[in-house]
Design a protein around this ligand. Structure first.
Ligand code: AHR
Length: 345
């Protein structure tokens, strides 16, 4: 399957980023990339470096698809812009890579470029988020999280919490700091909250995007506090935004925590990768976190190896994820007939 080619890629130089775990650094993109004929060449279009989750994911991919493991990885950072990712995929096609791995920023707008990859006989593996294309044959397979399930766990925890504390549903005044609009993670997590609010009679007051970054989370939260004086739950669609939101809440002189009947603002979140957010979860500043597992490198490696062996891997590959809270109030959450233990962070 391997195509033999000499590839010269002019790539931007990126700063080295530190992350919370794994081998901890994202390797710089190189000025020149020469394909070694004995290696499997993979073009990886990563969507950006917006969060600790993302950086941990990039490191996991680079560690797994290393030269020692038989891969020549061409890594491109899309800077959260789909146009950059489309350019990267086209570059990979020109370079005649063996595989394209795509972590798409948002779901729509991929039909044409993925058709170009198929015309060039280059298999595409999706990682993390998905694409919304009319023909699912445009990609070989996907590996990632069930984002709506993550949301059902968090909202199930919130329901359990309010039941045990005798808080009536109409007294929950929630704002949602959303991720990048149109991304699979945002769509699933937003839908999960909207459904739970409707089913339980919660007051979901506002949904505003913080683009999955700490700075925007801070900015959006500061604005929400000015617009609403009765917020008592902040549902953040990732931990980096939660960290920014907590900063904004405390800077406004409010207390973050689970005692919402006594004036606290409760924060719930997603990821469980960033060390500070896990620390906040231990302290009760973040009441509940649904884990989002970023360690997809070995999974993508296994999918490529399966394709190399002429096998057809499962189309959709979901990863197992946990639920964290240190409050000890809710011990387990049931979602769609499955019980999930609430673990200490
Ligand atoms: O798509 C996964 C999400 O993207 C993570 O929850 C978030 O932190 C990241 O930016």
């Amino acid at each position: 399957m391997k195509k033999l080619a000499v590839i010269t890629a002019t790539l931007l130089l990126l700063p080295v980023l530190l992350t919370g775990c794994g081998s901890s650094v994202i390797k710089e993109e190189k000025e020149e990339e020469t394909v070694n004929e004995n290696l499997i060449t993979v073009g990886f279009s990563q969507l950006g470096a917006e969060s600790d989750w993302r950086n941990t994911n990039s490191v996991s991919m680079q560690d797994a698809l290393s030269r020692e493991n038989g891969f020549n990885l061409i890594y491109k950072n899309g800077q959260q812009k789909q146009a950059n990712q489309i350019t990267a995929v086209r570059m990979f096609i020109q370079q005649a890579v063996d595989y394209i791995v795509l972590a798409p920023a948002t779901e729509e707008g991929w039909d044409s470029v993925l058709a170009e990859a198929r015309d060039a006989n280059i298999p595409v593996i999706l990682v993390d988020r998905r694409v919304d294309v009319s023909d699912k044959g445009l990609y070989s397979c996907w590996v990632g999280s069930d984002f709506e399930l993550e949301s059902k766990k968090v909202t199930g925890w919130l329901k359990g919490f309010t039941d045990r504390r005798n808080i009536s549903p109409e007294n929950l005044h929630i704002v949602n700091i959303q991720g990048t609009i149109g991304s699979t993670a945002q769509i699933g997590r937003t839908r999960g909250l909207a459904n739970a609010a409707r089913e339980n009679g919660w007051d979901l007051m506002a949904e505003v995007s913080g683009d999955f970054t700490e700075n925007k989370g801070r900015e959006v939260m500061a604005a929400l506090l000015k617009g609403y004086d009765n917020i008592n739950v902040v549902y953040c669609e990732n931990d980096n935004m939660a960290i920014g939101a907590i900063d904004a809440i405390e800077s406004a002189g409010r207390h973050v925590g689970p005692n919402i009947l006594n004036g606290d603002i409760m924060v719930v979140s997603f990821d469980g990768v960033n060390e500070q957010s896990l620390e906040f979860c231990k302290e009760g500043k973040i009441s509940c976190i649904a884990e989002c597992n970023p360690l997809h490198g070995p999974r993508v490696k296994a999918l490529i190896e399966s394709l190399e062996n002429g096998e057809t891997p499962e189309k959709f590959n979901y990863v197992d994820e946990r639920l964290f809270s240190s409050l000890g109030i809710v011990r387990s959450v049931e979602v769609d007939g499955v019980s999930y233990t609430v673990e200490e962070p």
